[in-house]
Design a protein around this ligand. Structure first.
Ligand code: GLY
Ligand code: MN
Ligand code: MN
Length: 436
């Protein structure tokens, strides 16, 4: 990160101090997770903590204090030369304060002591209620400890508010800095899908395509996928969160890959579906075209003239017509919509916010319970699909077709921009890429 980026995180903290009055915001970082015995899962900071700090060492916490003299405090591990020999560099409070532009920084072991000092006399504590039992317990313990000192004149905060309400609204609108990272994340993920398409052929295993995806990610400096990659051939594509990725790919299968990478903590999330042998069959083409049409109509509803739900409703309407035409659903369009009969073949919604989390923070409805209006700077996925499981009522030639087409989209002042445009999705362009 360069100097400009540290400033961006500082700006977010300043913005938060302006929203919390005299309160104190407490943001705990994620815990390290043990995989087995002495092996840990790769460490990944809590997204809220990272959003306001840019700091990604474990065993850390952040206080942001509002009021007349706002300040920010980082708690982190002390430098420890012996630990650093084993596990690598540790910033320590002094250097972290300077580099990450905090007003104060202390050893994480002083958290309780300093928390009691900083929290007493404040009216309100903001934190992420229910983040985990540790964080809930800490806040409870601090309040209890302060109450015990009431007779000595110590004042205990009377109010607790979930910081998510404020922080999520901030996270929902991406800055230019965030958009730049997300564009790069989407581009790398697009190239990874292209690589897998080119490599695909019958008789290899799904995990071999996963390896191509990861290879492309890592060759661009990505350290981890944004979520477990889904590489699903044939019937596996009808399992929405299929991650076993261990089946042998058969001639005639469709392959659904849903994979994205995490770049500087920002996720991309793409799905592409393509024929294992490089050529869509007639039936595969028909269903693929239906999903592509649903996606295209949904994308036309992504702009600041539309509400969150409109892309979904538009995609659904196209899919319902298609399910009727294929004889999968009976009755009128309205009946299929109202009874939810379409859910046998399309059971998820058409997208979600995207950002630090693949299913990013942010409400989808306003406080007045209306779907949110889309705004420039919002980033979301558009991902209709169609999944046909074997059933005696369905023509056998339709069985096991599973298709999802998913793009990452930025709402702009003029409409939208598809961030994942570098991966083909028309039948012709997919077949052309696979023929190369
Ligand atoms: N990859 C998760 C999703 O598409 O929502
Ligand atoms: Mn998604
Ligand atoms: Mn996805």
């Amino acid at each position: 990160m360069n100097q400009k980026n540290y400033q961006e995180f500082k700006k977010r903290r300043t913005a938060l101090t302006e929203k919390i009055g005299d309160g104190v915001a407490v943001i705990f970082n994620a815990h390290e997770a043990i995989r087995n015995r002495d092996s840990h899962y790769p460490y990944r900071s809590d997204s809220y903590f990272y959003y306001f700090s840019g700091f990604s060492e474990p065993q850390s916490a952040l206080f942001i204090l509002g009021g007349k003299s706002p300040k920010t405090i980082l708690f982190c591990r002390n430098k420890n030369s012996e630990m650093e020999i084993w596990n690598g560099f540790i910033y320590g409070p002094k250097e972290a304060k300077e580099v990450f532009l905090f007003d104060e920084a202390y050893d994480i072991n002083l958290l309780d002591e300093i928390a009691l000092k900083e929290i007493s006399g404040r009216e309100k504590i903001y934190y992420r209620i229910g983040q985990n039992t540790f964080s809930d317990q800490k806040i409870n313990d601090w309040i209890k400890a302060l109450r015990e000192k009431t007779r000595a004149g110590v004042q205990t905060p009377q109010l607790i508010e979930d910081i998510s309400h404020i922080a999520d609204e901030m996270r929902l609108i991406k800055s230019d800095f965030e958009i730049d990272i997300m564009k790069r994340s989407a581009k790398i993920a697009s190239l990874a899908h292209n690589r897998a398409m080119k490599f695909a052929k019958p008789q290899i295993y799904e995990y071999e395509l996963e390896a191509e995806i990861v290879h492309e990610f890592m060759s661009h400096g990505i350290r981890a996928p944004a979520y477990q990659s889904i590489v699903a051939s044939g019937k596996n594509a009808c399992t929405l969160h299929y991650v076993d990725n261990n089946s042998k790919i058969q001639d005639g299968d469709l392959i659904l890959i849903d994979a994205g990478c995490e770049l500087d903590s920002y996720a991309s999330d793409i799905s592409r579906t393509f024929p294992a042998n490089g050529k869509f069959s007639k039936i595969q083409k028909d269903f693929y075209q239906l999903v592509l049409e649903a996606q295209s109509v949904a994308l036309s509803k992504v702009s600041s003239n539309h509400h969150w739900n409109e892309p979904h409703e538009a995609a659904l309407s196209v899919l319902i017509d298609g399910f009727k035409d294929f004889g999968l659903c009976q009755g009128s369009h309205q009946e299929i919509y109202e009874t939810g009969a379409y859910k046998e073949f399309y059971m998820h919604r058409t997208g979600h916010w995207l950002g630090l989390d693949v299913h990013d923070a942010g409400d989808y409805k306003t406080i007045a319970k209306e779907w949110k209006q889309l705004q420039p700077g919002m980033t979301l996925t558009v991902e209709p699909g169609c999944y046909i499981r074997p059933s005696p009522n369905i023509p056998e030639e339709f069985w096991n077709i599973g298709i999802r087409i998913e793009d990452d989209v930025l709402v702009t002042h003029h409409g939208h921009e598809v961030l994942t445009k570098d991966s083909p999705k028309t039948i012709e362009s997919i077949e052309a890429l696979m023929a190369k």
